[in-house]
Design a protein around this ligand. Structure first.
Ligand SMILES: [Zn+2]
Length: 124
């Protein structure tokens, strides 16, 4: 699958929550949020849904061919789509502005420097 995004991110973060750790097998996941209407997705994806701390259903979608997790969307914020930064064709310009869920951060890493640091998920 592939995607094209025509708007700049409205938010970006490194998420240290346990769910992201388990889903990725890594200590944290970096992602950015863009308006859903600005993203064009092509190709086949497979999705699964889990419940967030706030009780929203969060759908995470992967490429059906290689299994790469590409984006996630919450029922609580359908106007946004959260794209995992490692999937950008050129991630060199990406910089996460925040750390979220620092209270769950893996004990074996120092979280990356960011402008905003939150113990959980800040209110939208
Ligand atoms: Zn997370």
């Amino acid at each position: 699958m592939s995607y094209v995004c025509s708007k700049p991110p409205v938010w970006s973060c490194s998420c240290h929550c346990k769910a992201c750790q388990k889903l990725s097998g890594a200590p944290f996941v970096s992602a950015f949020s863009v308006p859903s209407a600005s993203v064009e997705i092509s190709g086949e994806t497979i999705s699964f849904t889990r419940e967030s701390d706030a009780g929203n259903r969060v759908r995470t979608s992967s490429c059906a061919h290689c299994g790469t997790r590409v984006f996630a969307q919450s029922d609580g914020a359908k106007h946004l789509i959260n794209i995992f930064a490692g999937t950008l064709s050129d991630p060199s310009g990406f910089r996460p502005v925040s750390n979220v869920y620092l209270s769950e951060a893996a004990s074996w890493i120092d979280p990356p420097e960011a402008d905003f640091n939150f113990p959980g998920m800040p209110a939208a």
